[in-house]
Ligand binder design. Sequence first.
Ligand SMILES: Cc1ncc(COP(=O)(O)O)c(C=O)c1O
Length: 389
Amino acid sequence: MSDYHFETQAIRNQTERSQFSEHSTPMYVTSSFVFDDAEDMRASFAEEKQKNLYSRFSNPNTTEFVDKIVAMEGAESGYAFATGMAAVFSTFGALLNAGDHVVSCRSVFGSTHSLFTKYLPKWNIDTSYFNVNEADKIEGLIQANTKVLYAETPTNPGVDLLDLELLGTIAKKHNLLLIIDNCFATPYLQNPIKFGADIVIHSATKLIDGQGRVLGGVAVGKAELIREIYLFSRNTGPAMSPFNAWVLSKSLETLAIRVEKHCENALKVAEFLETRSNVNFVKYPFLKSHPQYETAKKQMKLGGNIIAFEINGGVEAGRKFLNKIEMCSLSANLGDTRSIVTHPASTTHSSLAEEDRLEVGITDGLVRVSVGLENVNDILNDLKQALEI
Ligand SMILES: Cc1ncc(COP(=O)(O)O)c(C=O)c1O
């Protein structure tokens, strides 16, 4: 399988056929598996045989899904979770000990921020933040007990980028585990392991599902680290359900073609937004005006489907814009076939103090668009009429 191209791996990596010779993988909705006799059961539990025991540990559908992501990311091994946050939490739960220290970019998903600031401190694990445009400060934050360097790129919702090559170099120099949340880019656009990441995490709920149906998460990377994550998870229980794994494995078969089209639509939308007089700035990785355009070209195949732009007129203009939207959805999700618009300052990030919001690039008029797969002219027309405020 490993000689095949990305798209082929996504389609042809498949669970062994059953006695019914089905063409498409069936759903293995079973909580446990049976053994031939006492010796078969003993040897399977002792891991002398590679067999499914119980679906909290593994299941043919989750294994198929994980194997595909492992191949797509160039990883050694992986484990699938019920949600992206389960993947983030279990990775930290498995790899960190009381007293360890994390260095992370400040621009991380809200629940990851809560994990760093509210929950990990319960185990005496502290996090030091660097701002997205201050990668030169990372080394100054590293302490004797620092174990992990963590980042998302592109960031949510600011669509800023971190230089993965630089992060890989710093992690190697200081013997840190580099963990990257690759959710916005997908394995099709960016492979952090090539730049030195030890673990790559995805919320499969986003572009991997791509149709807003199921939740899921996955962590892939070095075999010995995934083994720790697997042992932690098989005891603590955040496993992905076989049904969701079946859905997500099917979704991966069309990931490349969907993401290509998402990116084509998003670039057109970003270019259009740049022409509007009441738009102060547009952030999209493959726009030449993006401050980290060169980094985007170095580490991403295309620009992704998320655009951030600022409407002139602050919170009120942002709210008016949302109220005028006719076709696009107002929803918290992203990476769906349906285009989605959100106004972080009045919704997802309204509880943050203004200075904290500004520190992660969420200005009052910032709008995030998750560009979908509708005809791009319909997306453009909706945004155009909504911007006439
Ligand atoms: C970058 C990023 N990481 C993690 C998550 C969490 O994923 P989930 O909602 O599947 O738990 C999200 C969700 O939006 C996200 O955007």
